[in-house]
Design a protein around this ligand. Structure first.
Ligand SMILES: [Zn+2]
Length: 124
């Protein structure tokens, strides 16, 4: 999922950015579009057709596009890159900027718990 959002973000950067090398950009756009699932691309294109960006960064649990507070559930899903999330207010795809997503979850590599000894019954 993370790769998907990265591809989508790259695509948006290319399509909304200043195109300095049209031939290279067209090739890169075609390549990225090939990697993004059609339903996601379709939604992105609908927004783009209206001159809107398809993606919005999440800053401090707030959509950077419409400044709506997002639920913790949405942010957590993004953090764990489990699924794509849409802003319920403006309909853009949400993504966490690199700095926020860079920190790995603390429970990533926990060592296996040591075997517990059987409780010894006191002998009387
Ligand atoms: Zn929004």
């Amino acid at each position: 999922m993370k790769t998907l959002m990265q591809n989508l973000l790259k695509l948006q950067t290319l399509e909304f950015g200043e195109i300095t090398k049209p031939r290279i950009t067209a090739a890169a756009v075609a390549e990225l579009r090939g990697k993004i699932p059609p339903p996601i691309l379709a939604h992105y294109d609908r927004l783009r057709a209206r001159g809107k960006k398809g993606l919005a960064a999440v800053n401090n649990q707030v959509c950077s596009s419409c400044h709506m507070q997002l639920t913790l559930g949405v942010v957590m899903t993004l953090k764990h890159a489990q699924n794509v999330q849409l802003c319920q207010n403006c309909g853009r795809y949400l993504y966490l900027p690199e700095e926020a997503a860079a920190t790995p979850p603390p429970s990533a590599a926990k060592p296996a718990p040591a075997k517990r000894r059987k409780p010894t019954a006191p002998k009387g």
